[in-house]
Design a protein around this ligand. Structure first.
Ligand SMILES: [Zn+2]
Length: 288
């Protein structure tokens, strides 16, 4: 089985529609390091713990705790193996089969792609790019993809962007080509500028391309929604993450809309659906 195929099974590791970014983020981190000439294995304590945790905080869903040890360890348990752990024999495992962080540090545990896969990767740099593209496109929405390509140092790949033109037009029409949060509706003659059809529940997690899973937003509010800066509550009022920082412009563009009802379509059947909003609150919004 090819390495890319083995890694593609990642999307099948998901539990329902819960976001599970641990393994993709661990792999993206390892691949970006290989691209910069890193050797095969990573030491947990100095190279993974804080680095991967930081990425999980930024790009993962909001959770009580962030554990870099999960993907570092669990990637080695796949049915089609490609990841290897060194020095792990003495770690005491929990009932879920996970090691304690203190043991990973104590025994100097290291992990990375197995020797075969590593050879394959460093002799085919384009394979690193290909796998990274796949991981980013399968796990993150369009608004975050470019940011992630740049953040990890991969070539930006928009080739496989799947667009549903009907979704875009239907959403923009329903909202009168106007940002539902701030009312921004710039157009050059009749062509909208900077107004986008956002998915509330991401396509990557089988969010449907229906107007009730969509909302027309300006580019700023689209990005803010996808990053978890803002969400909606059940009364369709804007909620702002307490983690939001910034000066007077952020005050005007974000905080001024807190608890304000969004601009809604004429047709009630187009209103954002509660299920989709619940998913967004649970899996994307940063409530703390
Ligand atoms: Zn806006």
């Amino acid at each position: 089985m090819e390495l890319l195929d083995k890694i593609q099974t990642i999307s099948r590791w998901r539990r329902g529609d819960q976001r599970a970014p641990h393994k993709p983020i661990m792999l993206l981190y390892a691949l970006s390091q290989y691209k910069q000439g890193h050797e095969r294995l990573f030491q947990f304590e100095s190279e993974v713990d804080n680095q991967v945790k930081e990425l999980l905080v930024q790009y993962g869903p909001s959770r009580k705790s962030y554990r870099a040890e999960y993907p570092f360890w669990r990637l080695a348990n796949e049915a089609e193996p490609f990841w290897e752990i060194l020095n792990g024999e003495q770690c005491v495992l929990s009932s879920q089969g996970d090691p304690r962080k203190s043991d990973l540090n104590k025994y100097n545990v290291m992990a990375g792609f197995d020797a075969n896969s590593y050879q394959n990767l460093i002799s085919n740099p384009e394979m690193i790019e290909k796998i990274a593209s796949k991981l980013i496109q399968d796990n993150f929405p369009d608004t975050l993809q470019e940011e992630l390509f740049v953040r990890f140092g991969f070539e930006v790949d928009t080739s496989t962007k799947q667009r549903d033109p009907n979704f875009r037009i239907n959403v923009l029409r329903a909202y009168n080509y106007r940002c539902a949060v701030c009312g921004f509706d710039l157009a050059l003659d009749t062509a909208p500028v900077g107004i986008e059809a956002a998915h509330i529940k991401w396509k990557q997690y089988s969010g449907p391309c229906e107007v009730s899973n969509g909302i027309a937003l300006c580019s700023i509010h689209h990005k803010a929604l996808d990053r978890g800066v803002i969400t909606l509550n059940c009364e369709l009022k804007v909620q702002v993450s307490p983690a939001t920082t910034g000066g007077p412009m952020v005050e005007r563009l974000i905080w001024d809309y807190e608890d304000q009802k969004i601009g809604l379509p004429r047709d009630m059947s187009f209103y954002p659906s509660e299920n989709m909003i619940d998913w967004h609150i649970r899996e994307v919004f940063k409530p703390v």
